[in-house]
Design a protein around this ligand. Structure first.
Ligand SMILES: [Zn+2]
Length: 106
C-alpha cells in the first residue's frame, strides 16, 4: 500500500475508522485527519453493509450451564461462523461487545 500526500501536506496512511458504525480500513491523513477510501475499501464497506442488513436484529442471551450464550441468527453460518472457539471477546463501546474471529467472515 503506497502512501500519498494530502492537500494539507500530511501523509495519508492506512488506518481503521468507524464509518456508519462499521470498523473498516481507510486511508487517513496523519495531520488533518481527512479520510479517503480506496475502491477496495469502498467495496468492503458495501459488503459489510449488505451482510449487516441480513443479520441485524434483536437477539437473546440464554443460560447454558454456568455460562451464558448469545443466540446468533442462522444466517451467520453463510459467513462461516459456526460453533467452536472465538478468537476474543472484548468491550467495544459503552453498550457493545466485539466478538472477534481468527479469520475474516465478510
Ligand atoms: Zn491532511
Amino acid at each position: 500500500m503506497k502512501t500519498s500526500t494530502c492537500k494539507c501536506g500530511g501523509s495519508i496512511k492506512l488506518d481503521r475508522c468507524l464509518v456508519e458504525n462499521f470498523l473498516v480500513e481507510c486511508m487517513k491523513c496523519d495531520k488533518c485527519g481527512e479520510i479517503l477510501f480506496t475502491p477496495e475499501q469502498t467495496k468492503q464497506l458495501i459488503k459489510l453493509r449488505e451482510a449487516n442488513k441480513k443479520i441485524e436484529g434483536k437477539r437473546k442471551i440464554i443460560k447454558v450451564g454456568s455460562s451464558i450464550a448469545a443466540l446468533l441468527p442462522k444466517k451467520v453460518e453463510e459467513y462461516g461462523v459456526k460453533e467452536g472457539l472465538i478468537d476474543s471477546v472484548k468491550i467495544l463501546s459503552s453498550n457493545s461487545l466485539e466478538i472477534k474471529f481468527d479469520k475474516e467472515i465478510v
